[in-house]
Design a protein around this ligand. Structure first.
Ligand code: MG
Length: 363
């Protein structure tokens, strides 16, 4: 089997409402569908979400990177030759989501060719994954209301709450959510580096008794001493996200002792590098969850396969991005029931593009 064609198709799906976080605003998913075809008629898909403020990629840079570099590099290769794919990708630096999407689309093909779902091919730990939802920003009442509605509608009990902009309000919001949602709720605030180290220490102290599952990226990722100081000040697990975007950074953060949970985002490290990260973390006694790059349902399904494949992904994963979009590109949209996404036994990723929808949303 040989790769015969690689496409990069930009698309735009509006969000149901604007998303605000400490580093920006989003009102639509403008992502790139990466589609790979082989000489025996198989098609693999994945998506690349440009996040210019995090990875420096744009819609156009992803299309160019796939069309000019990563796509031609895999033409003629057997999709099973993953090590060769990774080796060829090393000719270029940067462009994390472009290369990750292509590698995952190839994994989709490998699964289809072997007749097994990707999560089994990667490790087969489970077939269902607990889900964490990112709650829209707002005042304490609004956040509590959103948490309750996600619980009632989807059975989700793990809530990612964006903080990092107004420390006093952040503490009040977390307190309100704990009070109103009861002891079974799991609270995962994400500060997106919004606090200075002193403020982070103060906020962590104020929320110490709220049984917080983890706090994500309290302060700037380039402030090593500050991060260590914050980590030493609290019993709340700190999660690395922006500080852990590739294997080398993960190693660095583990050595610093600044994080005790690491968010794996398949959008930026694909399946192969994500496995390296998970194995490294397992060896260091650090657990993982699958984070979101606000992926549409394609990326969510990829994330669910990875989370289900891997024993070290022990915390609820952020697999709800598609709920924030008015539509998606798939024939069958994934569903969340009782707080879980369940994987099917269909080979590969088990998803198909709805060509009519693609026509409608492509740019
Ligand atoms: Mg984050």
């Amino acid at each position: 089997m040989k790769v015969t064609a690689v496409e990069a198709i930009p698309f735009r799906i509006p969000l149901t409402e604007k998303k605000v976080w400490a580093r920006g605003v989003l009102d639509a998913a403008e992502h790139v569908l990466v589609r790979v075809r082989t000489d025996d008629g198989l098609t693999g898909i994945a998506e690349a979400p440009p996040r210019p403020t995090i990875y420096g990629e744009s819609l156009r840079s992803i299309v160019a990177a796939v069309e000019d570099w990563f796509g031609p590099a895999v033409l003629g290769l057997d999709p099973f030759e993953t090590e060769k794919v990774l080796d060829r990708f090393e000719r270029w630096v940067g462009n994390p989501t472009a290369r990750a999407a292509l590698e995952m689309a190839l994994a989709d093909i490998k699964g289809q060719a072997a007749g097994v779902p990707v999560y089994k091919m990667l490790g087969g730990w489970t077939d269902q994954v607990p889900v964490c939802v990112r709650v829209p920003t707002g005042d304490a009442d609004a956040v509590v209301g959103s948490c309750a509605s996600f619980r009632d509608r989807y059975g989700i009990t793990t809530f990612k709450i964006k903080v990092g902009m107004k420390p006093n309000e952040d503490v009040a919001t977390l307190r309100a959510v704990r009070e109103m949602m009861g002891p079974s709720a799991r609270l995962c605030p994400d500060a997106n580096q919004g606090y200075d180290p002193q403020t982070a220490v103060r906020v962590l102290k104020a929320i110490e008794e709220l049984d917080i599952t983890l706090l994500e990226e309290p302060c700037r990722i380039d402030n090593d001493r500050g991060r260590q100081q914050v980590a030493r000040s609290t019993t709340i697990p700190l999660m690395g996200d922006e500080s852990c975007t590739n294997l080398a950074e993960v190693r660095r953060q583990l050595a610093l002792g600044a994080v005790s949970v690491i968010s794996i985002k398949i959008a930026r490290t694909g399946f192969a590098i994500s496995q390296c990260i998970a194995h490294l973390c397992a060896a260091e006694g650090v657990v993982n969850l699958c984070g979101t790059q606000a992926d549409s349902s394609i990326g969510v399904v990829c994330g669910a396969h990875f989370a289900a494949s891997c024993r070290n992904v022990t915390l609820a994963s952020e697999l709800t991005g598609f709920l924030d979009m008015v539509d998606d590109l798939l024939v069958e949209t994934p569903t969340i029931e009782k707080g879980m996404i369940r994987l099917t036994d269909r080979p590969g990723l088990g998803i198909r593009i709805d060509e009519a929808k693609l026509k409608r949303y492509r740019l």
